[in-house]
Design a protein around this ligand. Structure first.
Ligand code: HEC
Length: 298
């Protein structure tokens, strides 16, 4: 009798110990401290009070996503493209290049996020929304753009940007016959539709291509794409007898020439770090009477 009771008890214990989880019920676990690991798992809140050292609140604090360090720049979200105030842009630029005290150079590469899909409505949206070349027009940028344009674009779009690249011209340069050589005529950037188009149309074309033109997102880094676009703009300006250079931009308002900005900076007119609190925190420096000078972008 005694043994029967023990046996029944043992069976019951086993049954209860193994009762399965269902819906909101976790069931009973054998050795729960093995099931609920004491290790913090990112984004997973699994508090089990038997094997926790801290409180539920403390656990939550460790397990939940943390807010980023103040001043963190989300990858690809460089505010450069959005800052309209020149001083702000310069500050951003120097942060971007790691020139400001305490800043870490952001290495722009192909992984900068691009939130537009490869469809025609999205091309239109990108064209409408992306209105600013995030980088000023600099000599180096134009040189780099020219080089890259020569490597990647000119065979189709032509050295002058007129859409008469090598691939097309080869057919019959004298008569300008293009049919049959290449399945579609590359865009002629010198047409008004391109000259007056927002810069997003170019950026989108580089990122996604269009019809028979493949994308160049994997060939050009973030900066390089904008350099190529600067160069295309300079070709357009040339065709229109306007200027798009590091000294002057009479073509459009989408990019600022670098040289006058640099001169202003040298005079100390712009380029101060406006919000010096970030630096103070980083260096424990409490003196605000000497504003931080920007380093010169070269
Ligand atoms: C192999 C040939 C080829 C190369 C190389 C090429 N393209 Fe194109 N591109 C085309 C063709 C063809 C079109 C026309 C596509 C269409 O409208 O169907 C085009 C269209 C475009 C357009 C216009 C898109 C629009 O919105 O209408 C832009 C901008 C452009 N290309 C930029 C570039 C840039 C920048 C490069 C270099 C990084 C480049 N292309 C390299 C063939 C090429």
């Amino acid at each position: 009798m005694k043994y029967t009771a023990y046996t029944i008890l043992a069976c019951l214990v086993t049954l209860i110990a193994c009762s399965p989880a269902k819906d909101n019920r976790r069931g009973h676990e054998y050795m729960p401290d093995m099931v609920h690991t004491t290790g913090y798992e990112a984004n997973l809140f699994d508090y089990y009070y038997y094997n926790r050292w801290g409180t539920e609140e403390e656990y939550k604090k460790f397990a939940m996503p943390r807010t980023s360090v103040p001043g963190t720049v989300a990858r690809g979200d460089v505010s450069l493209a959005n800052a309209t105030d020149p001083a702000e842009r310069m500050a951003d630029m120097n942060n971007f290049e790691g020139l400001t005290d305490g800043s870490i150079a952001y290495v722009p590469n192909g992984s900068v996020p691009y939130y537009y899909a490869d469809t025609e409505p999205e091309r239109a949206r990108a064209t409408k929304e992306i209105v600013q070349n995030p980088f000023p027009i600099s000599k180096q940028g134009l040189e780099q753009g020219k080089l890259l344009y020569g490597i990647y674009c000119s065979i189709c779009h032509g050295d002058k940007g007129d859409g008469l690249g090598y691939l097309l011209r080869e057919a019959d340069p004298a008569k300008g016959i293009v049919a049959g050589v290449y399945p579609a005529a590359p865009a002629n950037f010198l047409l008004d539709t391109f000259v007056h188009s927002n810069v997003g149309r170019f950026y989108h074309a580089i990122m996604k291509g269009r019809n028979v033109m493949g994308p160049y997102a994997d060939k050009l880094s973030y900066v390089e794409r904008w350099d190529v676009i600067h160069y295309i703009r300079s070709l357009e300006a040339k065709a229109k007898n306007l200027e798009y250079s590091s000294t002057l931009n009479t073509l459009n308002k989408e990019a600022m020439p670098w040289d006058p900005m640099e001169a202003e900076m040298k005079k100390g007119m712009i380029g101060m770090v406006k919000d010096s609190t970030a630096n103070e925190v980083a260096h424990g420096d409490q003196s605000t009477d000497t504003p931080q000078k920007m380093e010169v972008h070269k």
